[in-house]
Design a protein around this ligand. Sequence first.
Ligand code: SF4
Ligand code: SF4
Length: 391
Amino acid sequence: MEDIEKELQKCVRCGKCRSFCPTLTEKRIETRDIPGWDTRTPRGRVNIAKGLQEKKITPNQKISELFYNCLFCAYCVNACPSGVDVNHIIEKTRLYLLENGFAPTPITTILDTVLESKNIFGLDQEDRAEWTEFNVEEIYEGRINRPAEIAFFVGCQGSYKGTLALVSEGISLILDKYKYDFTILGEDEWCCGNPIHLIGIEDDRFLSFAKHNVEKLKKLNVKTVIATCPGCFRMLSKIYPRYLGELPFEVIHSSQFLAKLINEKGLKIPNELETRAGFQDPCELGRHCGVFEEPREVITSIPGLNFVELENNRMESQCCGGGGLAKVIDDNLATEIAKFKIQAFQEKGIDTIITSCLGCYLNLLDGKEKAESKTTIRDLNDLIAELLDLT
Ligand code: SF4
Ligand code: SF4
């Protein structure tokens, strides 16, 4: 907590960050047992962190939940006129709570799991490339863990979660179609370390993951690393260099790769998609890493598609509810926020929501079910692969 003392002092309690925190709306407060007046706002969390740091407040389980159900969406960071890095305060307070035995059980479970098994699911590393064996087996024959120009960093979700195989398959089919020289690390890929870093851990428990992945990618002499997951993308492009210095390869998100294909290689999408579509800005891709335009360039290049922006977009976009490990401890809150987001798209007459984040895709599917909505949710990689007749 000493690390954040100066950061805590920057807060002048103006409340500018309060109004749009997705974990606080009148409707949601009614459903919670924690008093909602200020505790569930960024300002409330900053003040509680200050109380903990000054030892005026004793930690307990309910306080812990407040910090662990922050979505890490950075809306408050963007809104704060004093430049308070609320997300850093949240990470460090999470760590303090963990070290004092107050982290929620699902958090300690996921941390132990990832540290031990090198992936968030506790599954065998040898099975990391099993997803390639269904619809893209031929593409990956002789391609796994070998020197190449490009490495596709698949991530834990894209590797192990069956519902998300379409994302990993989509980008693989496109890379193959345009004859790129690419590889994946397979069992040598470890979790990017995001779930560890989100708990404020910056020591070797996190660094060993960053160092391992960079070493393995370096060994394959890759020039570019493509990530479909904004969490992996943020780790590799922004957080790893903070600790390890400049990396010997560029890191791009798959939406940036697709935009390059369109803008620089003249890719034309042959098939039409007649729909009124909106885009869910993933927080870790947009507000955290500044990638807003490329996914829009890809979406608007689709013939027949009518693209509609929400009023709150780009820096002001509202989180889908699935970020920052919050879904791990409070799936109901995450899904409830996704339901609100689905309704915001519906109010604009949008019938297809396009995402470029595996977490948004899954959480919006949950929100769609809760909202009993007919809105279609599509992943950008999978959608483009389909419109190129590759699936
Ligand atoms: S975190 Fe920033 S915006 Fe929020 S109350 Fe403090 S100074 Fe104001
Ligand atoms: S990061 Fe998002 S969810 Fe967390 S306190 Fe800030 S606005 Fe609220």
